[in-house]
Design a binder for this molecule. Structure first.
Ligand code: CUA
Length: 369
């Protein structure tokens, strides 16, 4: 009897919670109304089964409970009629659950021919974006080309790469009402590019390019996120997609550098041999995964303009960034955390000479700013 009451309360509570729940989806800002429809279909079908099965258990608990008058249950393991019913209802239920999703997914992978192309590059723990330039083609890329100067790993010999437009930060702009074909790749582990109001997301698997498309239909600034747990900096993989009219988008795009421009700027880099050694160390030790030299904060503060400024810590204290500051931060990164960043920096083993070289490289970022 107690169990029957508990199940009844569970069913009523679940249905009520669905209606009064504060957790609704964000307003739709893309063409993918069908995604919402398939979710609704799934919810309705699983909801009907959930309510039906639990109410049936409540009924049997009450109807067939032990009465102590010698009543016995009828044992009927081979009820063909009941089995036919159960198999047909389950089959219809499963087909109704899966089929709409397959139809929508097939659409999701077939971009319209007038789509613009956006490359999304995931890396522990930041986003970068690339558009084809005037030539309309994305240049070839390969992990072996990845360096601090070439974080996208583009093939410098591929003529299609030169005019590609690189977005170094985690904010990308898109024109309103234009279909966008997304090509996504990862430099390291599994990530997932997800913009909830677009109802669009896709896993990004290292070693392959995954693809989907959407049309942003409402102007605004939308938060994007990484939807696969990709390591300690995973929560830092947030970004923004700004949807704006064609003219504003064109103006923004024009302000982004081409691959050719970033390569010539990088070759201008440090001239001091110690700083050059430091730059190589920053790449080989993986510092560049979190610290940029272009002014965009990654998982850690950018090194551009860092040396010589005053940095504030989470506890409110502050310190002047000099060689002593850098040595303390690198030797014992957990001791103090710079405000606005997570305490995720690992201890990297460096000799005193290497530490001096790395500091010299960071120092060269002050001059470059
Ligand atoms: Cu990338 Cu989580």
């Amino acid at each position: 009897m107690g169990i029957a009451v508990a199940l009844l309360v569970l069913v009523i509570g679940s249905v009520l919670f669905h209606w009064v729940s504060p957790w609704w989806t964000t307003p739709l800002a893309s063409n993918w109304k069908q995604m919402d429809h398939t979710l609704t279909i799934t919810l309705v079908i699983t909801g009907i089964f959930f309510v039906g099965i639990n109410l049936f258990v409540v009924y049997t608990l009450l109807r067939f409970r032990h009465r102590g008058n010698g009543q016995r249950a009828a044992y009927e393991p081979e009820n063909k009629k009941l089995e036919r019913w159960l198999i047909s209802v389950t089959t219809v239920g499963i087909v109704a659950l899966l089929a709409p999703g397959l139809v929508v997914y097939a659409d999701y992978l077939r971009p319209p021919s007038d789509s613009i192309v956006l490359e999304v590059l995931g890396q522990q723990w930041q986003w970068r974006f690339r558009f084809p330039g005037a030539g309309g083609k994305l240049g070839a890329s390969d992990p072996r080309f990845v360096s601090a100067a070439n974080p996208f790993g583009l093939d410098p010999k591929d003529p299609a790469s030169a005019d590609n437009i690189l977005v170094m930060g985690n904010e990308v702009h898109l024109p309103l009402n234009k279909p966008v074909k997304v090509l996504a790749r990862s430099h390291d582990v599994l990530h997932d590019f997800f913009v909830p109001p677009f109802r669009a997301r896709m896993n990004i698997v290292p070693g392959m390019v995954s693809s989907f498309w959407f049309t942003p239909t409402v102007a605004g600034r939308y938060e994007s996120m990484c939807a696969q747990l990709c390591g300690v900096g995973h929560p830092n993989m947030r970004g923004f997609v700004v949807v704006e009219d064609e003219a504003a988008f064109a103006a923004w795009l024009k302000a982004q550098p081409t691959f050719a421009a970033t390569m010539s700027a990088a070759s201008a880099g440090p001239t001091d041999p110690l700083a050059i050694k430091g730059r190589a160390l920053a790449q080989s030790k993986g510092c560049v995964a979190c610290h940029t030299m272009d002014g965009n904060p990654g998982a850690g503060p950018t090194w551009k303009g860092l040396y010589g400024k005053t940095e504030t810590f989470v506890d409110g204290s502050s310190a002047h960034v000099d060689d002593d500051f850098l040595r303390k931060e690198i030797r014992d990164p957990k001791a103090r955390t710079v405000k606005g960043f997570a305490p995720i920096m690992p201890v990297i083993e460096l000799s005193d000479d290497e530490l001096a070289a790395l500091s010299a490289y960071i120092k060269s970022g002050a001059a470059a700013s």
